[in-house]
Design a protein around this ligand. Structure first.
Ligand SMILES: *Cc1c(COP(=O)(O)O)cnc(C)c1O
Length: 425
């Protein structure tokens, strides 16, 4: 903070803003100064800054893993206490932050070992740097993709220090294409990288080579499954997996099919905090853990605590109740309709509508799940966002849809007050 004398107008403007801004005085002074003391411009700056601060919102978009809303909703509460992050309670000596969570993840995925990093982009980068630096990595031209948020396979590969070897064509890549790439490079191909093209689909005359076939070539197969589905049979649901999951690769099956390593996000279909997971053969996972980049990419105790809770919920077979994403997926349509009806009755606004919710986060593009919501006349998005806490909905045609599949039942009271407070239209 500067002690330079400031014109009285700056101070007066900042003090006037303080009446209804949550921002600290020093920040309001900064807004007033940047606005040259102009009260209206200073207010616009302060309001914009306040709205940009991280805060809880109710996701009524019907997109369960909304990338702009932090993907999977996850509980994270640890007391303000030291944690055994890198302390081995058995020996009283320094331990590894990866040991406990790695062992749980390995059991969950059916892998020999696992580690956690900050996100899946970091997981892929680390695997390539640790296992293929200065060597060739074969990737199908159909999987040399951009996932979103700037994750582009050829660029990540280049930055890792590995060399990209393009294999096959955009629409068809067969086993013999990979074999040719491996043999023509005199076995300097360190890895075969398989990337799930998450958020788009190529239809028609297409063919790709499954992990089970790639694993026959004698080169370690790394499968970036991205979405983080643990097991394609979804045993935690206590019934058949939903149809919209049909094309999603799963960690357990990719490893059983012969992948040496899988990488995936913690905050997509796993339903945990933002992180990336590397699971697979012990020697390869240990090589990743020992690489200097692993230190730069390691997660903090808060993330490990939230991930540990998530993984324990799966292992204890209570994921459908305790992992919020799966609780939303499993909510019976009837219960969503009943909640929407109650909202319509209690607010006297809008009407019950049948809707289609989406998994989101690039999972299962085009797939939907049946849902229910409240439809309100006109575009009410801004008014709903202005509620405290903000409600984020979507517009369809001339109506605003408040979709209940992406809302925890405990947040219905927030929806009720936000809808009831809408100005008459
Ligand atoms: C989402 C995704 C990524 C990026 O993961 P982040 O956790 O967002 O870093 C990489 N690869 C695939 C296949 C993905 O689906």
């Amino acid at each position: 903070m500067s002690d330079a004398p400031r014109p009285p107008s700056i101070d007066a403007t900042a003090r006037a803003l303080a009446a209804d801004s949550p921002l600290p005085h020093a920040v309001l002074v900064d807004c007033a100064r940047r606005a040259g003391g102009d009260p209206a411009a200073a207010r616009a700056l302060a309001d914009g800054l306040a709205a940009s601060l991280l805060q809880p919102v109710v996701n009524a978009t019907g997109v369960l893993l909304h990338t702009n809303l932090g993907r999977a909703p996850v509980a994270a509460s640890v007391p303000a206490r030291a944690q055994s992050v890198e302390f081995d309670l058995a020996t009283g000596r320094r331990g590894s932050r990866q040991q406990g969570i790695g062992a749980l993840l390995a059991v969950l995925c059916g892998a020999e070992a696992a580690i956690v990093v900050n996100n899946n982009a970091a997981a892929v980068m680390l695997v390539l740097a640790a296992l293929a630096e200065g060597r060739d990595v074969a990737v199908s031209r159909g999987e040399s993709v951009e996932i979103g948020g700037g994750f582009r396979v050829p660029e990540v590969l280049e930055r890792s220090g590995a060399r990209l070897v393009d294999v096959g064509t955009t629409n068809k890549t067969r086993l013999r294409d990979y074999r040719k790439a491996v043999e023509s490079r005199r076995n300097d191909v360190a890895l075969l990288l398989k990337v799930h093209p998450s958020n788009f689909r190529v239809d028609g005359f297409v063919e790709s080579t499954p992990v089970s076939e790639l694993a026959t070539l004698g080169v370690p197969v790394v499968a970036d499954i991205g979405s983080g589905l643990v097991d394609s049979s979804c045993p935690w649901l206590g019934g058949p997996p939903p149809a919209w999951l049909a094309d999603e690769p799963a960690a357990r099956q990719a490893l059983a099919d012969g992948a040496a390593v899988v990488t995936f996000s913690g905050d997509k279909l796993l339903g945990g905090p933002q992180c990336g997971i590397v699971a697979g053969n012990r020697d390869l996972v240990e090589a990743c853990a020992a690489h200097p980049l692993a230190r730069a990419l390691r997660p903090g105790g808060l993330v490990i605590a939230a991930l540990q809770d998530t993984v324990l919920a799966y292992l204890d077979r209570r994921a459908v109740r305790d992992v919020p994403f799966w609780a939303m997926v499993a909510a019976p349509l009837e219960s969503l309709r009943a909640r929407a009806e109650r909202l319509v009755a209690s607010t006297g606004r809008g009407e019950l509508v049948a809707t289609e919710a989406l998994p989101g986060a690039g999972s299962s593009p085009g797939a939907t799940m049946p849902s229910a919501g409240v439809a309100l006349d006109g575009d009410r998005l801004a008014a709903l966002r202005a509620h405290v806490p903000p409600v984020v909905a979507r517009v369809e045609g001339r109506r605003t849809i408040v979709d209940l599949r992406s809302v925890a039942p405990a947040d219905d009271a927030v929806l009720e007050s936000a809808i009831a407070a809408l100005p008459a239209h």
